[in-house]
Design a protein around this ligand. Structure first.
Ligand code: ADP
Length: 136
């Protein structure tokens, strides 16, 4: 019975779109690339509590930067992007390949603007098990 439940849940992921489970961009804690790293910023980051923080172009909060941008002090990981209708199963497979645990959802993947939201592996696993995961 457990096996059937698991397989059904995995197959259900095929029907769910990225858009339906993403964290909307308005709710995402992001930083502009020109923000000075000082005590205040460190405090803000600790307070927000997220381990991944998308970095955007100053003045363009939906315009995310990647490792092509000249950020001198920090090596930024490229945030992979996909369309809102990508299935959660495809997203899970992508994460499993170890490419990234956060994916940007955009109407224009490939361009660096127009982000709609983000998805992390945790969002997909929550969808899979049907329960919220409480971070320890
Ligand atoms: P973390 O490892 O930072 O705890 P998770 O990957 O476990 O983050 O994701 C937990 C939830 O928080 C998910 O719903 C995810 O979409 C959301 N999330 C992750 N990073 C951010 C962020 N920078 N701003 C807002 N929400 C985020």
């Amino acid at each position: 019975q457990d096996e059937v439940t698991i397989i059904t849940a995995v197959l259900d992921l095929r029907e769910k779109s990225a858009k339906s489970i993403m964290t909307p961009i308005e709710d995402v804690f992001t930083l502009p690339m020109d923000r000075v790293v000082d005590e205040q910023l460190i405090g803000d980051i600790i307070c927000a509590g997220y381990s991944r923080i998308p970095v955007h172009r100053p003045g363009f909060p939906h315009d995310f930067i990647d490792d092509c941008w000249p950020v001198s002090k920090f090596a930024l990981a490229t945030l992979p992007q996909t369309f809102p209708d990508t299935s959660c199963l495809d997203l899970m497979n992508y994460c499993q390949e170890g490419k990234s645990h956060m994916i940007l959802i955009s109407d224009h993947p490939g361009d660096k603007f127009g982000a709609l939201g983000v998805i992390t592996l945790e969002d997909i696993i929550e969808e899979l098990i049907g329960e919220e995961i409480i971070d320890e």
